[in-house]
Write a protein that binds this ligand. Structure first.
Ligand SMILES: Nc1ncnc2c1ncn2[C@@H]1O[C@H](COP(=O)(O)OP(=O)(O)O)[C@@H](O)[C@H]1O
Ligand SMILES: [Mg+2]
Length: 271
């Protein structure tokens, strides 16, 4: 079923190394396997993320779109797994300082994606720096990746607090990674939930599921393939397939702000 409008989901965390890139790539892969049109926006600046996990080297990124007159079709890259990658790379900080005219050119380019995409998945960097905030703010759904490490919890809490206090965002989804079983995942989620409930008001946290720690994930990284392709029957792949099913049940807001152009508009013309 093709959603009428695309859904923009940011994959984010307070702390680095929690599995954002691996989960974003594999989620894109699972959704593509279910005949969805998926674009993965690699917005983690400075780290060659998707390249490392997939062994692909994008020749161009967003920077070329507005500085060298490249077309969106020159920048967007096919993968062998049915989804496409839009590499942002160093282009993002540049993008935020574009002139109004350049921003409109970029917006118009993004219009091309509108009808062709069911899901735009944004792999953000870690932390609460401005770039990460803008992507989280512009996305319709924010999927926080949490792990049992105490710093993952405190950093996720900090991210939620800043998003709420500075940007009036209250709704978050949570996926717990690197756990041994569902019980520990729910315990980790509960700790975050309690902290938010105790110190903040009006936050909505939705537990999406868990991805177990699985040696197959690292093996797949070594082979530079998505783990859901390299090891489709492994525990992480099976859990992620469940998450991909859940995500397809999320409502796509049937309003004007439910489109990709709006995502870029919010990103580029932020207050
Ligand atoms: N479920 C998992 N099981 C085992 N290893 C994992 C799992 N998720 C992530 N990893 C490993 O953790 C490391 C960090 O993952 P990565 O996706 O790069 O995190 P981030 O993008 O949040 O910095 C990688 O080496 C990856 O292979
Ligand atoms: Mg990453």
């Amino acid at each position: 079923m093709k959603a009428d409008l695309p859904l923009v989901i940011s994959i984010t965390s307070g702390k680095g190394g929690v599995g954002k890139t691996n989960l974003a790539v594999n989620l894109a892969c699972c959704l593509a396997r279910e005949q969805k049109n998926v674009v993965l926006l690699d917005a983690d600046l400075g780290l060659a993320n998707v390249d490392v996990v997939l062994g692909l080297t994008p020749k161009r990124n967003l920077f070329h779109l507005f500085h060298e007159g490249a077309q969106l079709s020159d920048v967007i890259m096919d993968t062998p797994y049915g989804f496409k990658i839009l590499p942002a790379s160093s282009g993002v900080s540049e993008m935020l300082s574009l002139t109004a005219g350049q921003k409109i050119v970029l917006l118009e380019a993004m219009d091309e994606l509108e009808d062709a995409v069911d899901f735009l998945i944004v792999d953000t960097g870690a932390g609460i720096n401005e770039n990460v905030m803008y992507f989280n703010l512009a996305a319709q759904e924010r999927l926080i990746i949490l792990t049992p490490e105490p710093t993952s919890l405190t950093d996720a809490y900090a991210l939620i607090k800043v998003m709420q206090q500075n940007h009036d965002v209250h709704d978050f989804r949570v996926l717990v990674n690197l756990v041994s079983e569902e019980k520990s995942a729910k315990e980790v989620f509960r700790r975050l939930y309690k902290a938010c409930d105790h110190f903040l008001t009006g936050i909505s946290l939705d537990y999406v599921g868990m991805i177990p720690r699985d040696a197959g994930v690292r093996k797949a990284v070594i082979h530079q393939k998505p783990f859901c392709i390299q090891d489709p029957d492994g525990p992480a792949s099976q859990a992620l397939a469940g998450v991909a099913k859940t995500i397809q049940t999320w409502d796509v807001p049937n309003t004007l702000d439910g489109n990709i152009k709006f995502f870029w508009k919010r990103l580029l013309f932020r207050q």
